[in-house]
Ligand binder design. Structure first.
Ligand code: G6P
Length: 606
């Protein structure tokens, strides 16, 4: 979604802001802009498109200043255009905003009645004028921001500057993330610490309702009640992973190929030769785990698919009842919580608005645990327990390594809880040994890249594709279909193969590629019967299977042979060729692989 950066320094901040935007660009990218205070006035530059467009414009007509704010936008109110791009200004005030002000229409009318003119269609322009109107009364930017946020319904992270208070950036958050970067004689704000790693490694993670006043000398933080508060400064010690593409043409391809290594990271220090080390879940985990009788998983998008797979594992291996639901549905319905249910959220970013709202609205649970990739994110801070996936920053909008590391992390959780339920020590050993073999098996599968590239040619001219799987491979098929539609814009649907004859079979003809996820498991024979139904209707089959599965190539069937793998890790292994397939189809179609149209990496509004 949108990204915010701001700075107060003793040097020109324009380049720092632009570099910050580049690092945030993967979150939202239909337009960008920056504002700095130059010669006692607000200097603004905006451009439609990627941050590079803004940089070009800036280079032709640079602005300089020691205090400024900047933004990458993913349109919510009003089309992507220069007028709708942030920062929005009101005379000497400039504002950047993530989130949605739900009562903006009402506020807009009140401000119009006071004589304010509006040029954009955004809710953010309302924020700028409202702060301006309050500034007239108090002459203090912090006070004006405090009064303005008191009028908002909705979610926001805001960064504000004023040419009449030229040494200060003020900011506030509610429902959208915001961090303050602590420098030496310079301080920063951003919607994600990633934007500031080039200037500092010390951060203050603002809490819900916090407001901060940031100058070169001081950072003053106030809570929702307006009381001055101290928040801890966190020194991030993790080595920053390079945010460039290295030898790869796209981040997505780089992230696909990182999987053998990062899956190893997810396991490291968390498993011995034969068992899962419980300490990985934190000191409080044991007391909570001892009481767990059921699981409720909440997530969105790809993370939801990881949750769907974990449900099979919880119920099959551990005998623990598990429900899984998309967070946007769950949060708005009445739910019945069984006694001693653990609330488990799964999220790459830890900031997805619906998942966070599901956690915040959860009642009656034993405790909450998040499986998450971003340290210090809202979900991590607000959950009782967390298990970090350790995939490193994921930049490609289509999630790849975050998904497979989530599966490994969830499997560790299934084992830790399962051994308190029906899982035997022998089963635990079998599962852990399979996990140890995972990185090497992934390496082998990635070597099939050239074959998959060839196979992708059969998809590039198609408008639709069907993905089939049974049992735990059904969510894998769903994830494969999601990847294809996200980055190649081909309409792709996944079905549990047993449902084929209840509708989708009507769509099958020679123009509809049908992908089957077919490892040699206990449902293979059932799946084969379903695939025969496809063949009988002239459908073109693309089967991802192992040698034991017994598929052969013929005129209508193309088989991609994968190594024989233990069933427990098959969902992880079989995801990789599907990721590569969608990548190569997108390349053939010439779409923007890393930043597909209309999508955002981190969805911080509902
Ligand atoms: C967006 C991203 C997806 C992601 C989903 C949930 O739609 O484009 O890749 O799966 O949000 O995000 P989360 O950060 O909660 O996993």
């Amino acid at each position: 979604m949108c990204g915010i950066v701001g700075a107060a320094a003793q040097r020109n901040v324009s380049k720092i802001l632009l570099e910050g935007l580049k690092r945030l660009e993967y979150r939202g990218y239909d337009s960008a802009g920056l504002a700095v205070i130059e010669e006692q006035a607000i200097g603004l530059r905006k451009a439609v498109g990627k941050v590079s467009e803004l940089v070009n414009k800036f280079d032709q007509d640079p602005i300089k200043g020691i205090v400024g704010i900047a933004h990458t936008r993913w349109a919510t109110h009003g089309a992507p255009s220069e007028i709708n791009a942030h920062p929005h200004s009101s005379d000497h005030i400039a504002v950047v905003h993530n989130g949605i002000i739900e009562n903006h229409e009402e506020l807009r009318q009140q401000l119009k009645d006071k004589g304010y003119d509006f040029v954009s269609e955004t809710d953010t322009e309302v924020v700028a004028h409202l702060i301006h109107s309050f500034f007239i009364e108090s002459g203090c930017l912090k006070t004006a921001l405090r009064q303005a946020v008191g009028s908002f319904d909705g979610a926001y992270a805001l960064g504000v500057i004023s040419a009449q208070q030229p040494d200060t950036v003020v900011c506030a958050r509610s429902g959208s993330p915001l961090v303050v970067g602590v420098g030496i004689d310079e301080n920063f704000i951003a919607s994600d610490q990633l934007a500031l790693r080039q200037v500092t490694d010390r951060f203050i993670f603002l809490e819900e309702g916090d407001l901060a006043e940031v100058t070169t000398e001081a950072i003053r933080i106030f809570d929702q009640q307006g009381e001055s508060v101290e928040r801890p400064v966190v020194q991030l010690t993790d080595v920053e992973e390079s945010a460039d593409k290295g030898e790869y043409r796209h981040y997505m391809l780089k992230e696909i190929h990182e999987q053998p290594r990062v899956l190893g990271n997810t396991l490291q220090g968390r498993v011995s030769k034969h068992s899962v080390l419980e300490e990985a879940f934190g000191a409080e985990a044991k007391a909570i785990f001892d009481q767990v009788e059921a699981i409720q998983i909440l997530a969105c998008g790809t993370s939801y698919h990881a949750g769907m797979i974990a449900k099979y594992w919880f119920e099959d291996w551990a005998g623990i009842p598990c429900a899984v639901e998309v967070a946007s549905e769950y949060r708005y319905r009445k739910t019945v919580v069984r006694p001693n249910t653990l609330f488990v959220s799964v999220s790459q970013s830890g900031e997805t608005a619906d998942t966070l709202a599901a956690l915040r609205g959860s009642e009656g649970y034993l405790a909450s645990l998040t499986v998450c990739n971003v340290a210090n994110s809202s979900l991590v801070r607000e959950s009782d327990l967390c298990l970090m996936t350790l995939a490193g920053p994921e930049i490609g909008v289509a999630s790849t390594k975050a998904f497979t590391t989530q599966l490994v992390a969830l499997q560790l959780l299934v084992i830790a809880l399962g051994r308190r339920a029906k899982m035997t020590p022998e089963k635990e050993t079998e599962l852990v040994q399979a996990l140890h073999a995972l990185p090497e098996l992934c390496e082998k599968v990635l070597k099939l890249d050239a074959e998959i590239q060839q196979l992708s040619e059969a998809f590039s001219e198609k408008h639709h594709a069907l993905f089939l799987g049974r049992g735990v491979e059904y969510p894998v098929a769903k994830e494969g279909a999601l990847k294809l539609k996200e980055i190649s814009y081909i309409h792709a649907e996944a079905y549990p193969a047993g449902e084929l004859k209840h509708g989708p079979l009507a769509l099958v003809d020679s123009d509809m590629p049908v992908v089957a996820v077919a490892p040699n498991d206990q449902l293979l024979e059932k799946l084969k019967s379903n695939l025969e139904e496809v063949q009988a209707r002239g459908g073109k089959l693309f089967v991802f299977a192992d040698e034991q599965s017994g598929f052969a190539n013929d005129d209508n069937t193309t088989v991609l042979l994968l190594p024989d793998v233990p069933g427990s890790i098959a969902p992880i292994i079989y995801t990789l060729p599907l990721q590569l397939l969608s990548y190569h189809v997108a390349i053939l179609k010439g779409t923007d692989v890393d930043q597909p149209r209309n999508l955002a990496k981190s969805v911080t509004v509902e």
